[in-house]
Design a protein around this ligand. Sequence first.
Ligand SMILES: [Zn+2]
Ligand SMILES: [Zn+2]
Length: 476
Amino acid sequence: MHEAGLLAQCPCGGEGQGIPPLVLFGIAAVGVWLVHGAWCAWRKDGVVRMSKVWKIAIVAALVAVVAIVIIDKQKGSSPGTDADKSAAQVSQPAAGLPRLVDLGSVSCIPCKMMAPILEELKKEYAGRLQVEFIDVMASPDAGTPYKISLIPTQVFFDASGKERFRHEGFFSKEDILAKWKELGVDLSAGAPAATGPTFSRMEPAKADDRPKDAICHLCDGDINPKTLVVVKSAKGDVRLCGPHCYFILYSCLTEDKTDFEKKVSVTDWGDGKAVPATEAAYLYGAEEKTGRPTIKAFAGREAAEKERQATGGNVLVWNVLQEKELAARCGFCDRAVYPQDAAAVKVEGASTWGCCSHCALGVAARTGKDIEVHERDRLTGEMIVVKTASGSVASLEPKAAVAWFGLRKTPDGKFVSAGCFHQGFFVNEDNLKKWVEQNPTESGKAITIAQALADKMKLSPQQIQKACKIGECAPK
Ligand SMILES: [Zn+2]
Ligand SMILES: [Zn+2]
């Protein structure tokens, strides 16, 4: 995926930011004047104080640096200069080490997000990888030879000093390490092998042989005939397992929603007959142990009232039901959620939800903030807590927790995300495997939670806007 969007956020040019020659000349002149002044003062007093000597030394060093920069600039602008060659000249690579150079600034947002990643790489791969940061705003000339057009840009050099790859925009730690691996550069020498989950099942163990009419269009769950919701569309009826899946679908429609509910019919809980959604009465209750809402539709208010006396709850009209259903939303994709089903996400003390574990991590990408995700293991319900910092995983509890990336094969053989209902976290890979065994129609692979976060962080704002809204949920 391309990071065009991230770059659009930070169109800070890397080129053409050099100090103009006139300014350089000015700095040099001031330097010379200072040295001259200091020299005169020394001669006049006839007394040499240490502080003055230091001042003179610093000024002299400054003048020398300016002179070198001017000479280097002249060299750099000479015709036929090869960018790679001069890049190799400017920095001094440690002997035989691959090198990662990040060109950025201390003020642009994706640049700032790169800083902790570079620090970690520096520490964790000390002696195996040279990591350099060049602040092109503070020292434009240091960046010139790299001929970058955007910041941040990361340039990958192999151990021989040859440029192998460059990337523009934010680049996660996982992606950086994966790129080195792809380039055939082994950073693992002397370090314990990274242990990531390896399990995958790309083809379902069992074909889904349920009749199509019995499967919810949205969640792929079984349709209970007593709660069926049907949406009329140009391409035929869209069948949903109940009002909640209807409202999820409604919340992620991109088309004009005016009068959309006129296309919707619900099922009378008592006699199983279709009722126009806006005319039905709804008994809205809650599951005793979880508080998760339950909804039963009735053609008439009396029948709803009778059921209410037996089971409790409130009888609601369509508009009020809709308001309740759309109240809690996914902080990443904006789908309607029940908090009981969702991952809890904290952003700077405020609370939101992730309609699935991956969407929960996506809140970090959508808000650009550090977040805390509380999500349950899909097999056992045990809690997994992820904290992020600058787009990376800062802490994970329990440490062995992994993510299931649900994938499905399209008719042309490509693998795409299987959607929010097919993702999840597990406290360890064993739980994940057991869950996959119990769900023979699922396909996908185990990934680290860090990778799941990295996948979200590299989405552009445009891609985030469209998340979960691309055809998948719209009536087909
Ligand atoms: Zn459903
Ligand atoms: Zn979502």
